[in-house]
Design a protein around this ligand. Structure first.
Ligand SMILES: *Cc1c(COP(=O)(O)O)cnc(C)c1O
Length: 399
């Protein structure tokens, strides 16, 4: 049977107390036991279905984690209070002082800052590479490399990582491949392609409402158990726990993700076609001339299209600013960072989400100062949106 992430989520039977169709929200930090012995067993991790304390596990978080594990086809998952909470816990669970990471140079700005500025304090070294250059990845591997870290589709150049090939390199070196799949949920299932651990910012497409931040780690059960171990588990001890009220709302939103991804992708493809007709410089992985197009086609589930992210190059930061201000005035969407929202969001990457990346690194990445990243929304009439964008481009003499 074909791997179907959506059916995997829909087939779960997650009832609430009293038969509620939505799982009950467990609004408790601690849990009582009728027998003292059961508490001991829960501490030791042997009491099935018992909860101890909500930093460790909360039933509402467990429902969301189970749904995400089903979506990714991993044995288990863990949810966190932010995407950065998931990323940093996954990294620190795998690496210790003296270890080395080979990471994509074009990771999310916060991830880059963590690797560049924070990990050195604990003597964990990182070599940044172009994730699309497999020879560079191979050459960067050292005997103490414990992890290859990349994003399926990266920000803001929308480059695509070859997950099966990176997995092979990781396996040859006994390292773990950790993949951030935030831009491409449902579209790509990294764990099915050889990734050992998949991390998410739930804040983006998965929740889709921009009303909270959240994160997740999808991994084998052994890894999740280690992460949550009361004695030395990174997530348990650093404590970035997601609030159960939030996890219950994220879980409900997860159930409309497939329809939203289809619409985001359709709208983005429509705009990409218009951008091409207008001879604009832009990046969209759905276009044949995008360097990652064929690779993405090989890895993706075609039911969900090529995603909702487009980047367009306005050449200078000044022009990008004027373009974005005009678009906001004319109701295209909001000048804001983040993505995966029902309304279109746009920002100048060099001045916002990639501003943690030093300018020389930005140059190395090929990031233009005028790059405007779009997270295309769920617009009902995308032709109308295009007419507005076009009017802004005409006023700026870009077309
Ligand atoms: C937003 C984002 C993150 C960080 O997630 P938060 O929920 O903001 O902590 C990590 N990776 C990617 C690709 C993101 O877009």
């Amino acid at each position: 049977m074909k791997f179907d992430p959506v059916s995997n989520v829909f087939e779960l039977l997650q009832f609430g107390e009293f038969g509620g169709v939505n799982p009950s929200i467990t609004d408790s930090a601690t849990y009582t036991f009728m027998k003292a012995e059961t508490m001991t067993e829960t501490f030791e991790g042997t009491a099935e279905g018992c909860f101890l304390y909500s930093r460790h596990w909360n039933p509402s978080n467990k429902f969301l984690a189970d749904a995400l594990a089903a979506m990714e086809g991993t044995e288990s998952a863990w949810v966190t209070a932010s995407g950065m909470g998931a990323i940093t816990c996954a990294i620190l669970q795998i690496c210790r002082a003296g270890d080395h990471i080979v990471s994509s140079r074009t990771v999310y700005g916060g991830t880059f800052a963590f690797m560049q500025n924070w990990l050195p304090k604990y003597n964990i070294g990182v070599t940044f590479v172009d994730p699309t250059n497999l020879d560079e990845v191979k050459a960067a591997m050292r005997p103490n490399t414990r992890m290859i870290y990349t994003e399926t589709m990266n920000n803001p150049l929308l480059q695509i990582s070859d997950i099966p090939a990176l997995s092979e390199i990781a396996n040859q070196h006994g390292a773990k491949l950790v993949v951030d799949n935030t831009f491409t949920p449902l579209m790509v299932a990294p764990a099915q392609l050889g990734a050992h651990i998949v991390v998410y910012s739930l804040t983006k497409f998965i929740n889709g409402k921009n009303d909270c931040v959240g994160g997740a780690i999808c991994a084998p059960i052994e890894f999740i158990n280690a992460l949550s171990n009361v004695n030395d588990g990174t997530a348990m001890l650093l404590g970035p726990v997601l609030d159960p009220l939030r996890s219950s709302s994220v879980l409900k939103n997860l159930h409309t993700l497939h329809i939203r991804m289809q619409k985001h992708s359709q709208n983005a493809m429509f705009l990409a076609a218009r951008f091409r007709e207008s001879n604009l410089r832009f990046l969209y992985p759905g276009m044949e001339n995008h360097p990652g197009h064929e690779l993405l086609k090989r890895m993706m589930n075609p039911d969900f299209g090529f995603g909702g992210m487009i980047a367009i190059d306005l050449e200078t930061a000044d022009k990008a600013s004027r373009f974005m201000e005009l678009m906001e005035e004319r109701g295209v969407g909001y000048l804001a960072v983040s993505l995966g929202y029902f309304k279109t969001l746009f920002s100048n990457s060099g001045k916002s989400t990639s501003s943690e990346v030093p300018e020389d690194e930005q140059k190395k990445m090929g990031l233009s100062a005028g790059l405007v990243r779009f997270s295309v929304g769920l617009d009902h009439d995308i032709e109308r949106t295009w007419q507005k964008i076009k009017s802004c481009l005409i006023d700026l003499k870009m077309i």
